[in-house]
Design a protein around this ligand. Structure first.
Ligand SMILES: Nc1ncnc2c1ncn2[C@@H]1O[C@H](COP(=O)(O)OP(=O)(O)OP(=O)(O)O)[C@@H](O)[C@H]1O
Ligand SMILES: [Mg+2]
Length: 234
């Protein structure tokens, strides 16, 4: 039985992770922990989906804001040409209808790497960051990676090949296939919204959609960088 459920949202423009302990979830569905990513001037719950890979084409140097600033430093001195810098690469899986394990993707400077490597390194980096945070939080307590169930969210419009590709990348990143759930982004968002407090409500201050009478309908609009998902739930 898992101690916690961890999720990875690889977005077109921004990505993030979140987790929730099973014992917290039982008492409060909203007790979800997310990462505070540090940008130069602010803190945000998601980081840009930007990956910087070293000139060997295999080793990840950094992800997110760190990747952006390191690449800017390299470019300033003209030392960036051998590095691999990927941004906005998620939707490539949608464009290429028959994505395969050996499909190549092009980075900012025009060099190619296998898409599976880039997705794998990205998922691994986010996963390792989450694990490190949990370990830090549970310092002293026994914790094994097998205590984690993973959810990776995907756009609803992706075809089976793209979904299979992401599953493959997640497994390659070290997520055990028995511990991996693939969920659709708009469905996860819709279920989460059921338990959010409703701000503008008359009377009951801790009202949420799930406390409304059966038959109530709501619409969730997720205007993302790559897809706009509109979900109706009854
Ligand atoms: N609070 C905000 N105010 C205004 N714009 C925002 C805000 N938060 C995010 N954005 C912008 O909205 C766009 C979508 O961001 P979001 O993080 O939802 O996309 P994504 O999850 O990366 O994309 P997708 O889900 O389509 O793959 C981005 O261009 C981002 O800059
Ligand atoms: Mg999104």
């Amino acid at each position: 039985m898992s101690l916690l459920v961890a999720s990875i949202d690889l977005g077109t423009t921004f990505s993030g992770w979140a987790y929730s302990y099973k014992h917290d979830y039982k008492t409060s569905r909203n007790s979800i922990r997310t990462k505070n990513w540090h940008a130069s001037s602010h803190i945000s719950q998601k980081a840009p989906t930007v990956v910087l890979i070293k000139p060997d084409g295999k080793t990840l140097h950094s992800f997110g804001y760190d990747a952006e600033s390191k690449y800017a430093d390299l470019a300033e001195t003209g030392d960036h040409k051998d590095w691999y810098y990927f941004r906005r690469f998620k939707m490539l899986l949608f464009d290429r209808k028959g994505v395969q394990v050996n499909t190549l993707i092009e980075e900012t400077g025009g060099k190619n790497l296998e898409a599976i490597e880039v997705f794998c390194l990205t998922i691994k980096c986010i996963k390792d960051d989450l694990i490190a945070t949990v370990k830090q939080q549970l310092s002293g307590e026994e914790f094994k990676e097998s205590d984690v169930s993973w959810v990776v969210t995907l756009p609803a419009i992706w075809n089976d090949a793209a979904k299979q590709f992401m599953r493959c990348a997640a497994e390659k990143a070290g997520i055990d296939k028995d511990k991996l759930t693939i969920a659709l982004e708009p469905e996860a968002a819709s279920l989460h919204c059921r338990h959010l407090p409703i701000e503008k409500n008359v009377g009951d201050s801790d009202a949420s959609l799930c406390k409304y009478p059966i038959g109530t309908k709501y619409i969730v609009v997720d205007a993302g960088g790559g897809t706009v998902d509109i979900t109706v739930h009854e």
